[in-house]
Design a protein around this ligand. Structure first.
Ligand code: PMP
Length: 363
Protein backbone atom coordinates (compact mmCIF):
# COMPACT_ATOMS: atom_id res chain seq x y z
CA UNK A 1 0.00 0.00 0.00
CA UNK A 2 1.09 3.53 -0.64
CA UNK A 3 2.07 6.15 1.95
CA UNK A 4 0.93 9.67 1.20
CA UNK A 5 4.22 11.47 1.88
CA UNK A 6 5.07 15.01 0.85
CA UNK A 7 8.69 15.46 -0.15
CA UNK A 8 9.77 19.06 0.48
CA UNK A 9 13.44 18.30 -0.27
CA UNK A 10 15.77 20.73 -2.08
CA UNK A 11 17.15 18.19 -4.51
CA UNK A 12 17.12 15.46 -5.49
CA UNK A 13 13.51 16.47 -5.19
CA UNK A 14 9.99 15.32 -5.76
CA UNK A 15 9.09 14.53 -9.37
CA UNK A 16 5.53 14.53 -10.73
CA UNK A 17 3.77 11.29 -9.80
CA UNK A 18 2.48 10.95 -13.34
CA UNK A 19 6.02 10.94 -14.71
CA UNK A 20 7.25 8.37 -12.20
CA UNK A 21 4.36 6.03 -12.99
CA UNK A 22 5.11 6.35 -16.68
CA UNK A 23 8.80 5.58 -16.06
CA UNK A 24 7.88 2.59 -13.91
CA UNK A 25 5.63 1.24 -16.62
CA UNK A 26 8.38 1.51 -19.23
CA UNK A 27 11.33 0.48 -17.11
CA UNK A 28 11.45 -3.20 -18.04
CA UNK A 29 10.42 -2.74 -21.62
CA UNK A 30 10.71 0.57 -23.44
CA UNK A 31 8.08 0.87 -26.17
CA UNK A 32 7.39 -2.86 -25.81
CA UNK A 33 10.82 -3.79 -27.13
CA UNK A 34 11.64 -6.13 -24.26
CA UNK A 35 14.61 -3.92 -23.33
CA UNK A 36 14.54 -1.21 -20.68
CA UNK A 37 15.56 2.39 -21.22
CA UNK A 38 18.82 1.87 -19.30
CA UNK A 39 19.67 -1.08 -21.55
CA UNK A 40 19.45 0.51 -24.98
CA UNK A 41 22.26 2.11 -26.96
CA UNK A 42 22.86 5.84 -26.96
CA UNK A 43 23.38 5.45 -30.71
CA UNK A 44 19.90 3.95 -31.17
CA UNK A 45 17.05 5.59 -33.00
CA UNK A 46 15.03 5.48 -29.77
CA UNK A 47 17.58 7.54 -27.89
CA UNK A 48 17.96 9.99 -30.77
CA UNK A 49 14.24 10.64 -30.48
CA UNK A 50 14.42 11.16 -26.71
CA UNK A 51 17.39 13.53 -27.07
CA UNK A 52 15.65 15.53 -29.74
CA UNK A 53 12.29 15.61 -27.95
CA UNK A 54 13.89 16.80 -24.70
CA UNK A 55 15.66 19.59 -26.57
CA UNK A 56 12.71 20.73 -28.62
CA UNK A 57 10.23 20.63 -25.72
CA UNK A 58 12.57 22.69 -23.55
CA UNK A 59 13.05 25.11 -26.45
CA UNK A 60 9.29 25.45 -26.80
CA UNK A 61 8.66 25.91 -23.04
CA UNK A 62 11.22 28.70 -22.72
CA UNK A 63 10.69 30.14 -26.17
CA UNK A 64 14.44 29.79 -26.77
CA UNK A 65 15.56 31.95 -29.73
CA UNK A 66 17.13 30.18 -32.73
CA UNK A 67 20.59 31.56 -32.01
CA UNK A 68 20.78 29.63 -28.75
CA UNK A 69 21.91 26.00 -28.48
CA UNK A 70 20.61 23.54 -25.91
CA UNK A 71 23.21 21.17 -24.47
CA UNK A 72 23.04 18.24 -22.07
CA UNK A 73 26.33 17.84 -20.24
CA UNK A 74 27.75 15.45 -17.64
CA UNK A 75 28.73 16.67 -14.22
CA UNK A 76 25.64 18.43 -12.89
CA UNK A 77 25.76 21.95 -11.50
CA UNK A 78 29.34 21.86 -10.31
CA UNK A 79 30.45 20.41 -13.62
CA UNK A 80 29.02 23.58 -15.15
CA UNK A 81 30.89 25.72 -12.58
CA UNK A 82 34.11 24.34 -14.14
CA UNK A 83 32.90 24.26 -17.73
CA UNK A 84 31.77 27.91 -17.76
CA UNK A 85 35.25 29.42 -17.19
CA UNK A 86 36.92 26.82 -19.41
CA UNK A 87 34.56 27.72 -22.26
CA UNK A 88 34.13 31.46 -21.79
CA UNK A 89 37.04 33.01 -19.94
CA UNK A 90 39.67 32.79 -22.65
CA UNK A 91 38.53 36.00 -24.37
CA UNK A 92 40.03 38.28 -21.68
CA UNK A 93 41.21 35.84 -19.00
CA UNK A 94 38.91 37.58 -16.54
CA UNK A 95 35.36 37.17 -15.29
CA UNK A 96 33.01 39.02 -12.94
CA UNK A 97 31.12 37.09 -10.26
CA UNK A 98 28.17 38.41 -8.28
CA UNK A 99 28.21 36.60 -4.95
CA UNK A 100 24.81 36.58 -3.28
CA UNK A 101 24.82 33.18 -1.62
CA UNK A 102 26.60 29.88 -1.12
CA UNK A 103 26.41 28.62 -4.69
CA UNK A 104 27.73 31.72 -6.42
CA UNK A 105 30.57 31.68 -3.90
CA UNK A 106 31.38 28.03 -4.76
CA UNK A 107 31.21 28.90 -8.47
CA UNK A 108 33.58 31.87 -8.05
CA UNK A 109 36.12 29.76 -6.17
CA UNK A 110 36.06 27.11 -8.86
CA UNK A 111 36.53 29.70 -11.61
CA UNK A 112 39.71 31.02 -9.94
CA UNK A 113 41.50 27.91 -11.22
CA UNK A 114 41.09 29.13 -14.78
CA UNK A 115 41.61 32.89 -14.71
CA UNK A 116 41.13 36.12 -12.83
CA UNK A 117 37.88 36.26 -10.90
CA UNK A 118 36.55 39.62 -9.72
CA UNK A 119 33.89 39.58 -7.04
CA UNK A 120 31.88 42.65 -7.95
CA UNK A 121 29.74 43.17 -4.87
CA UNK A 122 29.85 43.12 -1.08
CA UNK A 123 27.92 40.13 0.16
CA UNK A 124 24.77 40.88 2.16
CA UNK A 125 23.46 37.83 4.03
CA UNK A 126 19.90 37.13 2.89
CA UNK A 127 19.89 39.92 0.36
CA UNK A 128 20.93 41.28 -3.01
CA UNK A 129 23.07 44.43 -2.87
CA UNK A 130 21.85 47.42 -4.86
CA UNK A 131 23.07 47.10 -8.48
CA UNK A 132 24.34 50.70 -8.22
CA UNK A 133 27.03 49.42 -5.84
CA UNK A 134 28.27 46.59 -8.11
CA UNK A 135 31.70 47.15 -9.63
CA UNK A 136 31.36 45.52 -13.03
CA UNK A 137 34.47 45.42 -15.21
CA UNK A 138 34.35 46.27 -18.88
CA UNK A 139 37.06 43.68 -19.64
CA UNK A 140 35.23 40.75 -18.05
CA UNK A 141 34.61 37.81 -20.40
CA UNK A 142 31.28 37.29 -18.68
CA UNK A 143 29.29 38.13 -15.56
CA UNK A 144 28.18 35.15 -13.48
CA UNK A 145 25.34 35.11 -10.96
CA UNK A 146 23.02 32.59 -9.32
CA UNK A 147 19.37 33.46 -10.00
CA UNK A 148 18.11 31.41 -7.06
CA UNK A 149 20.36 30.31 -4.24
CA UNK A 150 18.98 26.99 -3.04
CA UNK A 151 20.72 27.15 0.35
CA UNK A 152 20.27 30.80 1.31
CA UNK A 153 16.80 31.17 -0.23
CA UNK A 154 17.78 34.30 -2.15
CA UNK A 155 16.21 34.81 -5.58
CA UNK A 156 16.75 37.69 -8.00
CA UNK A 157 13.49 39.54 -8.73
CA UNK A 158 15.21 41.12 -11.77
CA UNK A 159 17.73 40.22 -14.46
CA UNK A 160 21.12 41.88 -13.82
CA UNK A 161 22.04 44.52 -16.41
CA UNK A 162 25.53 43.91 -17.82
CA UNK A 163 25.36 45.91 -21.06
CA UNK A 164 27.24 43.94 -23.73
CA UNK A 165 29.09 41.58 -21.37
CA UNK A 166 27.52 38.10 -21.61
CA UNK A 167 25.43 37.23 -18.55
CA UNK A 168 25.75 33.67 -17.19
CA UNK A 169 22.98 32.45 -14.90
CA UNK A 170 22.88 29.44 -12.59
CA UNK A 171 19.19 28.56 -12.54
CA UNK A 172 19.62 25.10 -11.03
CA UNK A 173 16.74 25.52 -8.63
CA UNK A 174 14.37 27.83 -10.50
CA UNK A 175 14.59 27.07 -14.23
CA UNK A 176 11.10 26.35 -15.57
CA UNK A 177 9.35 27.93 -12.58
CA UNK A 178 8.79 31.24 -14.38
CA UNK A 179 8.71 32.80 -17.82
CA UNK A 180 12.08 34.02 -18.98
CA UNK A 181 13.49 36.28 -21.68
CA UNK A 182 16.34 34.01 -22.79
CA UNK A 183 17.71 36.68 -25.12
CA UNK A 184 18.98 38.63 -22.09
CA UNK A 185 21.53 35.89 -21.33
CA UNK A 186 24.79 34.53 -22.70
CA UNK A 187 24.40 31.19 -20.94
CA UNK A 188 21.70 29.76 -18.69
CA UNK A 189 22.36 26.47 -16.97
CA UNK A 190 20.73 24.18 -14.43
CA UNK A 191 21.57 21.00 -12.60
CA UNK A 192 18.89 18.42 -13.36
CA UNK A 193 17.94 17.08 -9.93
CA UNK A 194 15.42 19.71 -8.84
CA UNK A 195 12.80 20.83 -11.31
CA UNK A 196 13.96 18.75 -14.24
CA UNK A 197 14.61 15.11 -13.38
CA UNK A 198 17.17 12.79 -11.76
CA UNK A 199 20.70 14.01 -10.93
CA UNK A 200 23.82 14.01 -13.16
CA UNK A 201 23.01 16.35 -16.05
CA UNK A 202 23.65 20.03 -16.55
CA UNK A 203 21.20 21.54 -18.99
CA UNK A 204 22.77 24.51 -20.78
CA UNK A 205 21.29 27.14 -23.06
CA UNK A 206 24.21 28.79 -24.83
CA UNK A 207 24.22 31.76 -27.18
CA UNK A 208 25.75 30.58 -30.43
CA UNK A 209 28.37 33.32 -30.77
CA UNK A 210 29.95 32.26 -27.46
CA UNK A 211 30.91 28.86 -28.86
CA UNK A 212 34.44 28.24 -30.13
CA UNK A 213 36.31 29.77 -27.18
CA UNK A 214 37.15 26.74 -25.02
CA UNK A 215 40.69 26.52 -23.65
CA UNK A 216 42.94 23.85 -25.11
CA UNK A 217 42.96 21.90 -21.87
CA UNK A 218 39.15 21.83 -21.54
CA UNK A 219 37.99 18.19 -21.35
CA UNK A 220 36.02 17.29 -24.47
CA UNK A 221 33.00 16.22 -22.42
CA UNK A 222 32.83 19.76 -20.96
CA UNK A 223 33.52 21.58 -24.23
CA UNK A 224 30.35 23.40 -25.36
CA UNK A 225 31.53 23.57 -28.98
CA UNK A 226 32.17 19.83 -29.22
CA UNK A 227 28.96 18.98 -27.37
CA UNK A 228 26.99 21.18 -29.73
CA UNK A 229 28.61 19.59 -32.79
CA UNK A 230 27.78 16.13 -31.42
CA UNK A 231 24.20 17.09 -30.48
CA UNK A 232 25.11 16.30 -26.84
CA UNK A 233 26.02 12.71 -27.71
CA UNK A 234 29.83 12.79 -27.65
CA UNK A 235 30.20 9.88 -25.29
CA UNK A 236 27.51 7.89 -23.49
CA UNK A 237 25.15 10.48 -21.99
CA UNK A 238 23.20 10.04 -18.73
CA UNK A 239 20.41 8.47 -20.76
CA UNK A 240 18.06 7.73 -17.90
CA UNK A 241 18.15 11.29 -16.56
CA UNK A 242 17.58 12.82 -19.99
CA UNK A 243 14.75 10.38 -20.66
CA UNK A 244 13.01 11.40 -17.42
CA UNK A 245 13.67 15.10 -18.13
CA UNK A 246 11.93 14.76 -21.48
CA UNK A 247 8.88 13.42 -19.66
CA UNK A 248 9.00 16.25 -17.09
CA UNK A 249 9.24 18.85 -19.87
CA UNK A 250 6.20 17.35 -21.56
CA UNK A 251 4.36 17.20 -18.22
CA UNK A 252 4.98 20.94 -17.77
CA UNK A 253 3.70 21.65 -21.29
CA UNK A 254 0.59 19.57 -20.65
CA UNK A 255 0.04 21.37 -17.34
CA UNK A 256 -0.10 24.73 -19.08
CA UNK A 257 3.56 25.67 -19.48
CA UNK A 258 5.53 28.33 -17.66
CA UNK A 259 2.62 30.76 -17.24
CA UNK A 260 0.89 28.18 -15.05
CA UNK A 261 4.12 27.17 -13.26
CA UNK A 262 4.80 30.82 -12.44
CA UNK A 263 1.29 31.46 -11.10
CA UNK A 264 1.40 28.33 -8.96
CA UNK A 265 4.86 29.19 -7.70
CA UNK A 266 3.67 32.66 -6.59
CA UNK A 267 0.65 31.13 -4.92
CA UNK A 268 2.54 28.38 -3.07
CA UNK A 269 5.37 30.60 -1.83
CA UNK A 270 2.92 33.34 -0.74
CA UNK A 271 1.10 30.78 1.41
CA UNK A 272 4.33 29.97 3.25
CA UNK A 273 5.61 33.56 3.53
CA UNK A 274 2.23 34.82 4.75
CA UNK A 275 2.32 32.19 7.48
CA UNK A 276 5.84 33.24 8.49
CA UNK A 277 4.74 36.90 8.59
CA UNK A 278 1.54 36.19 10.51
CA UNK A 279 3.56 34.46 13.22
CA UNK A 280 6.72 36.52 13.00
CA UNK A 281 7.55 36.27 16.69
CA UNK A 282 7.81 32.50 16.30
CA UNK A 283 8.93 31.88 12.70
CA UNK A 284 11.81 33.93 11.27
CA UNK A 285 12.84 34.36 7.65
CA UNK A 286 16.53 35.26 7.31
CA UNK A 287 15.91 36.72 3.85
CA UNK A 288 14.99 40.33 3.05
CA UNK A 289 11.56 40.85 1.52
CA UNK A 290 12.91 41.94 -1.88
CA UNK A 291 15.08 38.84 -2.30
CA UNK A 292 12.86 36.03 -1.04
CA UNK A 293 12.95 32.89 -3.13
CA UNK A 294 9.69 31.45 -4.41
CA UNK A 295 11.31 28.03 -4.54
CA UNK A 296 13.49 27.48 -1.47
CA UNK A 297 12.28 28.98 1.79
CA UNK A 298 14.60 28.72 4.79
CA UNK A 299 13.32 29.76 8.21
CA UNK A 300 14.18 29.51 11.88
CA UNK A 301 11.89 28.75 14.81
CA UNK A 302 11.76 30.12 18.36
CA UNK A 303 14.36 32.84 18.34
CA UNK A 304 15.70 34.59 15.28
CA UNK A 305 18.94 32.61 15.58
CA UNK A 306 16.96 29.40 15.96
CA UNK A 307 15.99 27.24 18.90
CA UNK A 308 17.47 23.96 17.73
CA UNK A 309 15.49 21.83 20.13
CA UNK A 310 12.22 23.31 18.93
CA UNK A 311 13.34 23.00 15.31
CA UNK A 312 14.15 19.33 15.81
CA UNK A 313 10.74 18.83 17.38
CA UNK A 314 9.18 20.55 14.35
CA UNK A 315 11.06 18.19 12.02
CA UNK A 316 10.08 15.11 14.05
CA UNK A 317 6.42 16.07 14.14
CA UNK A 318 6.44 16.93 10.45
CA UNK A 319 7.89 13.51 9.72
CA UNK A 320 5.19 11.84 11.81
CA UNK A 321 2.74 13.62 9.50
CA UNK A 322 4.63 12.32 6.45
CA UNK A 323 6.17 15.67 5.52
CA UNK A 324 9.77 14.87 4.70
CA UNK A 325 13.16 16.46 3.91
CA UNK A 326 12.35 19.75 5.65
CA UNK A 327 15.68 19.99 7.46
CA UNK A 328 17.64 23.10 6.49
CA UNK A 329 20.99 22.82 4.73
CA UNK A 330 23.72 21.93 7.24
CA UNK A 331 25.55 25.22 6.55
CA UNK A 332 22.60 27.35 7.65
CA UNK A 333 20.53 25.06 9.92
CA UNK A 334 16.85 25.53 10.68
CA UNK A 335 14.06 24.50 8.35
CA UNK A 336 13.88 24.71 4.56
CA UNK A 337 10.75 24.25 2.47
CA UNK A 338 11.36 23.62 -1.22
CA UNK A 339 8.49 24.26 -3.59
CA UNK A 340 9.40 22.86 -6.97
CA UNK A 341 6.85 22.51 -9.79
CA UNK A 342 5.90 19.01 -8.61
CA UNK A 343 4.62 20.29 -5.23
CA UNK A 344 0.89 21.01 -5.22
CA UNK A 345 -1.01 23.84 -3.51
CA UNK A 346 -2.86 21.20 -1.53
CA UNK A 347 0.44 19.83 -0.21
CA UNK A 348 1.55 23.34 0.81
CA UNK A 349 -1.75 23.80 2.63
CA UNK A 350 -1.09 20.63 4.61
CA UNK A 351 2.25 22.10 5.69
CA UNK A 352 0.66 25.45 6.58
CA UNK A 353 -1.96 23.75 8.75
CA UNK A 354 0.83 21.99 10.61
CA UNK A 355 2.89 25.19 10.97
CA UNK A 356 -0.06 27.05 12.48
CA UNK A 357 -0.87 24.19 14.82
CA UNK A 358 2.78 23.81 15.88
CA UNK A 359 3.00 27.53 16.61
CA UNK A 360 -0.16 27.43 18.75
CA UNK A 361 1.19 24.59 20.85
CA UNK A 362 4.72 25.96 21.26
CA UNK A 363 4.70 29.76 21.11
N1 PMP B 1 23.84 25.52 -8.18
C1 PMP B 1 22.76 25.53 -7.38
C2 PMP B 1 21.90 26.75 -7.32
C3 PMP B 1 22.43 24.39 -6.65
O1 PMP B 1 21.37 24.39 -5.85
C4 PMP B 1 23.25 23.23 -6.74
C5 PMP B 1 22.94 21.97 -6.02
N2 PMP B 1 22.13 22.04 -4.94
C6 PMP B 1 24.37 23.29 -7.58
C7 PMP B 1 24.63 24.43 -8.28
C8 PMP B 1 25.31 22.11 -7.70
O2 PMP B 1 24.67 21.08 -8.35
P1 PMP B 1 25.30 19.62 -8.41
O3 PMP B 1 25.08 18.99 -7.08
O4 PMP B 1 24.55 18.96 -9.52
O5 PMP B 1 26.76 19.79 -8.72
Amino acid sequence: SEINVINFGAGPAKLPKEVLLDVQKEFLSYQNEGMGIVEISHRSEEYAKINSSAQSTLRELLNVPVNYKILFMHGGGQGAFSAIPMNLMSRTGKADYLVTGTWSSVAANEAKKYGQVNIVNARIPGGIPDPKTWKLNSDASYVFYCDNDTIDGVEFPFIPETEDIPLVADMSSNLLTKKLDVSKFGVIFAASQKNLGPASVAVLIVREDLLGNATEYCPSILDFTILNKMDSILNTPPIFSIYVMDKVFRWIRKSGGLTVMETLSEQKSSLVYNTLELHNTFYFSPVGKNARSRINIPFRIGKSNGDEELENQFLREAEERNMLQLKGHHLVGGIRVSLFNSITVQEVNRLIDFMIDFQKRNA
